[in-house]
Structure formats: C-alpha cells, structure tokens
Design a protein around this ligand. Structure first.
Ligand SMILES: [Zn+2]
Length: 533
C-alpha cells in the first residue's frame, strides 16, 4: 500500500539554486532547464520570484506560451508587506500576474525573525500569512506555504511555530512546507519534528532543506520517513552557501532504495544526463564524487575491487549504474593490476590468450614508468589500444604547430598556427587565444571543423599540469591531463614531454582524435574492420 504512494518532487533550481555563488542563468537558460525538468517528470518547477526580480517576470511571460507535459510551473514570493493590504501590495500583484496556477509564498514561523527582522508583533505576522493566502485564493490560485526557519522556530517557540502552520492551513494553503532555512538541523531532530507536525496538520507536509550541516539529503529523507509527501530540492544541490538538498540523490533514493514512486520508472535513467546538462548550462565542472550521477560514482580502481566487480557488480556497487543512466568505469592503473586491464580490454573483443594483450600490458608498463597515468586519461588509453590492435584510423595527421606568446599594447596574447592533414587535404590555420593552449585549441578546432562537424560539441573542461621529477627543475618532465566533454560523455587525455606546450598539445590532439573516432564511427565498426583485415 505504502509503496504506491506518489511523492511530489518540487524543484527550485531556478530560484533557490540560482542563489548559489557561482551560478548565473539567463532567461533562455532557465527555459531550457525547465523543459529538461519537464521531460524528466518533475512535478513542480519553481521559476522565480517575480516581485523581486525582473528576470523572473520575463521567464514566466515566455513560459506562458510553452506547453509543459508533466510539470506545473510555480511562482514564488513572500507574504504581504506589513503596512499594505494584499490588494495594494505590488509583490503579491506581480505574483498573480505571473500567470501560474500555483503560487508558493513564504512566511515567518520563527518568532525571533518576526521580532528582529519584520519588527512586528507575533499576532500581526499571523495576519500577514492569513491575508496573503486568502487573497491569492480569492484570485483563483492554489497556494503552497513555505514556513521559513520552521525548525529553528519550533525549537525556540514551538507553540507559535505550529500556530503559523495552522493559520496557513485554515486560510486555504494546500501544502505546508517546513523549511530548514539555515540548514543546521540534524536528521533525527527533523524526523521527530516532522512526525509531530504531520499528526497535527490535515494537509500534506513538505520539506525544504538546506545543506549547511551537510545533511540536507538526510534531512529530506528523515522527513519523508516521518510522513512528508512533498520534497523540495535542486538539481546537483545548487543553492546559496552550501546549497540545497540535492534532488539527484533524493530521487533515486526514494524511487530505487525506498520503493516510493516519485517519477515514471523509464525516466530514471535520464538522471545522470539531467545532472550534467544543468552543470553544462551553469558552466560548472561536475564534481566526480557526486553520488549516483558523478563520473566516479561507479568507478573502480583497486585490483581486488575490480576483480570482485567482474565476478559480480553487487560486491562493490550499491545499485547498478544503468538505473540512473550512469556508467561503470574501470580505472587503468598500475595499482589495479592485470585484472583491471583485462576487464577494460573486454569491450574490444580481444580474447584473453591473445598476444595483443601482452603487448598492451607491456606498453602500459613502459609508459607508466615514464610517468604516464591512464586513470584520468581513458581516451588516450582507448586510442593506444586501438593503435596496438591495428584498428585505429587516424582522423587527421599533425604536420606541425607553432605558438607565440607576446605582449601587445601591454596585453599578453597567444597566437598558434597549426598544420594538419585530413585525407589528402592539408589545412593550415592560425588562431589567437588567451594562452598558448587555448590558442592551439582554437587553431586545431578551426582546421578540423570543416571535416568533422562533431568537433563543435567538444569542450575542454579542465587542464591539469604536474611536474614529474622536480629535482631536474626546468628539465623535468611535464604531465598534462586534459578533461573534455560533449553532450553525452566526459573523457580525459594525457600528454608527456619535457616541454609543457608539447605535453599540452599531445593531450589536446588525443582529445580531438578521440572525439572524432567515437562520433564518426562507433567502436563496433572498428572492431568489424579490424577483424576483416
Ligand atoms: Zn531555501
């Protein structure tokens, strides 16, 4: 019976999430994200606060002509100003004009805030809540009430905090959302408090948790365990300070681990893509160790682990990565021994007895001695294996490159020239950049784009330099790791040289080659060609 319960997921990436320090969404960004959330099957999308932000007004105006399949758009705002009637309050007016059927308003439930911030009596604050909700109801709106700082309020003046909820309920709110606005409440406290609130209120209770104690996801789950049926959060836990509860963890936990349905089963495997999409729009590099959706969430390195995962993935995986659209990765490293590499090679269709295996293992050993490290450079590893197998078709051939860095009008600029051959055609291009690697990237891109349109989706996301044998000072070897991504995948490439530009160039060339090889033909074509010849 319990398992059939439909939980409501309420996304506030566009409003609370956009409060994050390094997050900025334009209106077209917001629209793209809203459409993606709708496709995924999120129940409610909070689009912004039209009273406080002209961008939100534009967002709601543009969204009014779009049809969402599943999600309901919600406008967000506060209770009325203390000296204004609801009819005269410009913020409430803006909320109504946003045109959504549902409006979430937040009000104070902590007496301390009422006295110190609003500087009104506790009674007056109850009036603000009641008036605002009744007004919005009279305009035909469905109202959700966010009880701001509810948990702090409950600890300090329980009777009053509960009273604010009862007033909201009596005034016609259809959801009461308990907010841990300062994010400092702990899961066992949340559970106890939510259980009590659920026993008092007649309407569904929601949870809105911030992550200041690192417990936002745990607090949301504790609330659900205690009876909450409506969960707020943001994609990737975006949000001010330490962020909001991360829906990319909450959703799979509710759905897969707790068996509480919150979206269509077949949508679950879009989760990783959704997470990466939102990072991309926000122009933020995804952290590898993010639960469920991170690049490392199902990555195995140590030899014993890999061996066990090969026998049965359940040995070191709490769920199977496919369920959330993520992938199992086996990292290549001297630490992990032969079994890891054999597992990596399985997809290339090489039998274990093959002499090719030996050649590959020997080559890896040699390269690792020089300072190569393939754990974060799977794409370079892939190209190397293809070369040894004789199934690598060079998508382009580098004839040469040159970079100059100079100061022009007290500004340092870099200019790169690149000469590459594609088939029988030679391309010779020049490009500028804010540094030598950026200039090389631009020049190579320019040279290859006419032949390979797929390059336009390739983006370099990270660049790491490590000096090996630093005792040799400038004669030391430089290892460069470049991380790149496209719409579907993130990959790493490596370059080694005594010259940092050459090391960067090698990693860059590998990244472009990998992108072209994987986009132009999938691996099975190569395998087919390989076995034919
Ligand atoms: Zn919040």
């Amino acid at each position: 019976m319990e398992k059939q319960t439909k939980f409501e997921i309420y996304d506030t990436t566009l409003r609370d999430g956009a409060q994050g320090e390094s997050i900025f969404f334009t209106v077209p960004d917001q629209i793209k994200i809203a459409e993606k959330l709708d496709e995924f099957g999120i129940d409610f999308i909070e689009g912004g606060w039209p009273g406080s932000n002209p961008k939100a007004v534009e967002f709601f105006r543009k969204m009014s002509s779009k049809k969402l399949r599943h999600s309901k758009l919600v406008a967000f705002g506060s209770t009325r100003r203390k000296h204004l009637s609801p009819e005269k309050d410009p913020f409430l007016k803006a909320l109504v004009e946003a045109g959504t059927d549902i409006i979430t308003i937040f009000g104070k439930s902590w007496d301390f805030h009422v006295r110190e911030v609003l500087k009104i009596s506790l009674e007056e604050n109850l009036d603000l809540i009641a008036d605002s909700i009744s007004f919005l109801r009279s305009r035909g709106k469905i109202v959700f009430f966010d009880a701001e700082h509810f948990f702090d309020g409950y600890r300090e003046n329980r009777e009053y905090a509960i009273k604010t909820l009862l007033v909201a309920q009596e005034s016609g709110a259809e959801r009461i959302v308990l907010c841990d606005t300062n994010g400092g409440t702990l899961p066992f406290e949340v559970e106890k408090i939510v259980r009590n609130v659920c026993s008092i209120l007649k309407i569904p209770v929601g949870i809105h948790a911030h992550n200041d104690a690192g417990t936002a996801v745990a607090n949301s789950l504790a609330a659900v365990h205690a009876g909450a049926k409506h969960v707020h959060g943001t994609i990737n836990g975006f949000g001010e300070r330490c962020g909001n509860a991360d829906l990319t963890a909450i959703i799979p936990i509710l759905q897969i681990k707790m068996g509480l349905k919150c979206l269509e089963e077949e949508k679950m495997n879009l989760l990783t893509e959704l997470s990466r999409y939102v990072y991309e729009v926000a122009n933020i590099i995804p952290p590898g160790n993010q639960p469920f959706v991170g690049l490392s969430a199902f990555a195995h390195k140590a030899g014993v682990h890999v061996d066990a995962v090969n026998k049965n993935p359940r040995t070191y995986e709490h769920i199977s990565p496919e369920k959330v659209g993520n992938q199992r990765r086996v990292l290549v490293s001297e630490l992990s021994g032969k079994s890891t590499i054999l597992q990596k090679l399985a997809k290339y269709g090489i039998e274990k007895r093959s002499e090719i295996i030996k050649e590959i293992l020997d080559t890896i050993g040699e390269l690792e001695k020089k300072g190569y490290q393939f754990e974060a450079a799977e794409a370079s590893f892939d190209l190397m294996v293809r070369k040894i197998m004789g199934i690598y078709k060079e998508p382009f051939h580098v004839e040469g490159f040159r970079v100059i860095v100079e100061e022009r009008n007290s500004k340092v600029v870099a200019e790169a020239t690149v000469k590459v051959k594609v088939g029988r055609k030679t391309e010779y291009t020049v490009a500028e950049g804010n540094g030598p690697v950026n200039a090389l990237d631009n020049a190579l891109r320019k040279a290859l784009l006419p032949f390979y349109e797929c390059i336009s989706h390739l983006k370099l996301t990270d660049y790491k330099v490590r000096i090996l044998h630093p005792e040799k000072a400038t004669g030391a070897v430089t290892r460069v790791l470049i991380e790149s991504m496209d719409e579907t995948e993130t990959w790493g490439t490596i370059g080694l040289s005594e010259n940092i530009i050459e090391a960067s160039w090698k990693a860059l060339v590998d990244s472009f080659a990998y992108k072209i090889v994987k986009s132009v033909r999938d691996f099975s074509d190569y395998k087919h060609e390989g076995s034919d010849s």
